[in-house]
Design a protein around this ligand. Structure first.
Ligand SMILES: O=C(O)C(=O)C[C@H](O)C(=O)CO
Ligand SMILES: [Zn+2]
Length: 278
């Protein structure tokens, strides 16, 4: 079964009046993994979709959700998948791809049948992002060995981290989707600090590998009008194009970023100095 939830886009002047609960209702994706289901959120931010496929003891099929008014999910879309659990299998129009922990698959527009399964008694957690696509690019598996790797940050500033650019245009062809994974070094807690906005692209952050009982404070809002949302392991958050997106954990963690919009230029960011934040 494929479920969907819907989120409108927001004006920053409205969002600054939101209560804690309003912010959570509008931007947080609290539950991505439901047993033997696919749980998606369709957003009006570049019509981006984020969610999870969680096959436990059944194969689960990606079905066309109502919002698409399409005969099949990828009729006009592309899909990015990153497995954050044990090994699992994704089948795309009869071709099987085994995805291990932290391995990614890009699925191009036009593929009719996509299904997810657990294999070898392991439990995969497939994180999914999808954006409208104008062209059919080849389906391709990408591992950390093929990724573009960037080391950023410093122990001194508690933000030492590795950016694994997996489904980006220096690695594969995509229409507008970009996805990758940022791993915090042990003892470091800050991601994306100093922060940035990019009005050319929206973004979704999905946090995982967070120790049981710990939390991440995710920061959003315009740089002069910030807010925070406390998040748990396996939750995602929408970042509007006007918003910073950064987080600090009470322990180290990993997160997946996914974006779509006007360009495919990862480095197109409007950076904000930390002492300018309000
Ligand atoms: O830790 C970071 O810095 C990031 O991972 C930044 C994201 O990749 C991003 O925001 C890309 O626009
Ligand atoms: Zn960003």
């Amino acid at each position: 079964m494929t479920n969907s939830d819907f989120r409108y886009a927001h004006h920053p002047e409205d969002a600054k009046r939101y209560t804690t609960q309003d912010l959570r209702d509008h931007f947080l994706l609290p539950e991505l993994f439901k047993k033997n289901e696919i749980n998606l959120t369709y957003t009006m931010y570049d019509r981006y979709i984020a969610g999870g496929a969680f096959p436990v003891d059944q194969k689960v099929m990606l079905e066309p959700i109502d919002e698409l008014k399409a005969d099949f999910f990828l009729e006009r879309r592309e899909l990015g998948i990153i497995n954050v659990g044990g090994s699992g299998k994704v089948t795309v129009d009869g071709k099987e791809y085994e995805l291990g922990h932290k391995e990614a698959l890009y699925v191009g527009r036009g593929n009719k049948e996509v299904s997810f399964e657990a294999v070898d008694g392991e439990q995969p957690y497939f994180y999914l992002n999808s954006a409208p696509a104008h062209k059919a690019y080849p389906t391709k598996k990408v591992t950390k060995n093929e990724a573009e790797i960037v080391h950023l940050g410093d122990d001194k500033y508690s933000n030492k981290r590795t950016i694994n650019k997996l489904l980006v245009n220096s690695v594969i062809d995509t229409c507008q989707l970009q996805m990758g994974m940022t791993e915090l070094a042990e003892g470091n807690i800050w991601n994306t600090m100093p922060p940035h906005t990019h009005s050319r692209r929206m973004e979704v952050y999905f946090y995982f590998d967070l120790e049981e009982g710990q939390t991440i404070s995710h920061f959003m809002g315009q740089p002069h009008e910030t807010r925070h949302i406390f998040m748990k392991n396996h939750q995602a958050i929408i970042s509007p194009e006007w918003s910073i997106h950064a987080g600090a954990g009470t322990s180290s963690y990993t997160f997946i970023w996914g974006m779509a919009g006007e360009n495919l230029d990862y480095s197109d960011m409007d950076k904000v100095a930390v002492n300018e934040l309000k």
